[in-house]
Write a protein that binds this ligand. Structure first.
Ligand SMILES: *Cc1c(COP(=O)(O)O)cnc(C)c1O
Length: 464
């Protein structure tokens, strides 16, 4: 070991590259990358020395190692979602069924019939793979899949309402996390938003009065992430459809989550289905693939033939088209929907949303003593909690659930200790994500399906 206190004494790039400890890394990381890392490390060392910090020559090689390791650390990785939010946008929303995963890797691995008709040997259409399945499940005449529901809304408005007006109820001008605000989307889609009614009450006559020769369509937005309660009135799909038909303009409904089945049959709260919206008179419906549907990130536009055809001709459709992997997954998920018994068993979203609270509590009872052994400083107990659907679906409904609660008894200010505990769980080889609430770390076990793996993972827990 020697200390370097002037840039002149730093080894050259070549000398460091020829160090046996560095050359050993070449087969794994490749020469160009190692050269870059060596340059980075020497530049940092030079600036440290100029700032009066002397450098230990041995650390230079460690730093090259660290620079490469940082670059190769997997950033998008699997985690265990114990937040209690089943469709967590930050955690990638819906977990996919095995059949969809198999179909995704199959088409990813080799060439596929994405835009090729195997029967005729002629050019095919990527939009056609999911179309018939979607139409059968929703009663739509035509359907098209794009990258997500935001794209579906954008594309619909841009295709049907460019430089025209679109009346929307003030109570439905929603913001859905991050940057999806209906008024902004409308502006970027090139159409003019006409606000009608008031925040809590809008009537059919408000729409009638807003309609003029520049009106392109009527828009209804399912207020998916909040509920207006109390003295409220919204115009139903059927009433809006009547106004739209009388004025010979289409009614477009953005269902947000949307669902293909009656969730009440599975003991869940009611969520409007795509079929309901269409049979109530909506001419087009847009919805997400990875919310309640339980599929991959995608957006669907479904409804009247001539409207979907107009949309397909918009050059922007090309900019929003889904890839083969998404299409493969979506088709498999849609196939599951044709068999309700299979669906409940095989679609993770539905399986997790309908999981019985007693079963979750039994899992908590089994895990509590094991987890307690790994966290002796904390009190680990079984608790009842409430899960939510997430991604804006069913905002006011919560699902009875159970889980583990970590507390520090006798400590009023346990915030820091709980944050460190949560961090230790996030730093596991398979990161575990809970939520901190009321002086406790809570693990809602609704979405934990791999019990043995969870227990094995705990062996690596490093608590301070
Ligand atoms: C979630 C949501 C969207 C956006 O859907 P993404 O699939 O996330 O792009 C649009 N509209 C409504 C009403 C929503 O709930």
């Amino acid at each position: 070991m020697s200390f370097i206190d002037t840039p002149k004494k730093l080894p050259s790039v070549d000398r460091l590259l020829n160090d046996p400890q560095v050359t050993r890394l070449v087969s794994e990381f490749g020469a160009p990358q190692i050269t870059q890392s060596v340059k980075n490390v020497l530049q940092q060392a030079r600036s440290d020395i100029l700032n009066g910090v002397s450098i230990d020559s041995d650390t230079l090689i460690d730093n090259v190692d660290a620079d490469l390791a940082r670059l190769h650390k997997i950033s998008l990785q699997r985690v265990v979602n114990l937040t209690g939010t089943v469709l967590h946008t930050n955690l990638g929303r819906a977990a996919l069924p095995e059949s969809a995963i198999a179909a995704m890797s199959e088409v990813a691995r080799s060439a596929s019939s994405l835009e090729f008709d195997v029967t005729t040997g002629k050019r095919g259409d990527r939009h056609q793979h999911a179309e018939e399945l979607l139409c059968r499940l929703t009663g739509a005449e035509r359907a098209i899949v794009v990258n997500n529901n935001a794209a579906a809304v954008m594309l619909t408005l841009n295709s049907l309402a460019l430089r025209k007006q679109v009346p929307v109820s003030r109570g439905e001008l929603i913001e859905i996390g991050g940057a999806f605000r209906m008024p902004d989307i409308m502006a970027r889609a090139g159409c003019k938003l006409i606000e009608v009614g008031t925040t809590n009450r809008t009537h059919a006559v408000d729409f009638e009065e807003a309609i003029n020769t520049k009106t392109a369509l009527l828009m209804k937005v399912h207020t998916s992430n909040y509920a207006v309660q109390g003295f409220t009135s919204q115009v139903s799909e059927a009433a809006l459809a009547k106004v739209a038909n009388e004025n010979e303009i289409p009614l477009v409904t953005d269902l947000g989550s949307g669902t293909l089945i009656n969730l009440e049959e599975f003991g869940l709260p009611h969520e409007p289905t795509v079929r309901e919206a269409l049979s109530a008179g909506a001419h087009l419906v847009t919805f997400s693939g990875d919310k309640l549907l339980g599929g991959p990130q995608a957006g669907v536009i479904a409804g009247r033939r001539e409207l979907v055809e107009t949309i397909k001709k918009n050059p922007m459709t090309r900019a929003m088209r889904p890839d083969k992997v998404t299409i493969a997954a979506l088709c498999e998920v849609l196939r599951l929907y044709s068999n309700p018994d299979k669906l409940l068993k095989e679609l993770p979203t539905l399986r997790q949303l309908t999981r019985d609270v007693n079963e979750i509590e039994q899992l908590a009872n089994r895990l509590a003593p094991i987890v307690q052994k790994h966290c002796p400083r904390f009190k680990v107990s079984v608790c009842r909690t409430l899960s939510q659907v997430g991604s804006g679906a069913m905002p006011v409904d919560q699902l009875e659930s159970a889980g583990l609660q970590f507390t520090l008894p006798g400590t009023r200010r346990s915030g820091k200790a709980l944050m460190n505990l949560a961090l230790a769980f996030r730093e596991l080889p398979l990161p575990v994500i809970g939520r901190i609430a009321e002086n406790a770390l809570i693990f809602d076990l609704r979405c934990l399906e791999q019990e043995v793996e969870f227990v094995d993972n705990l062996g690596a827990l490093k608590l301070q």
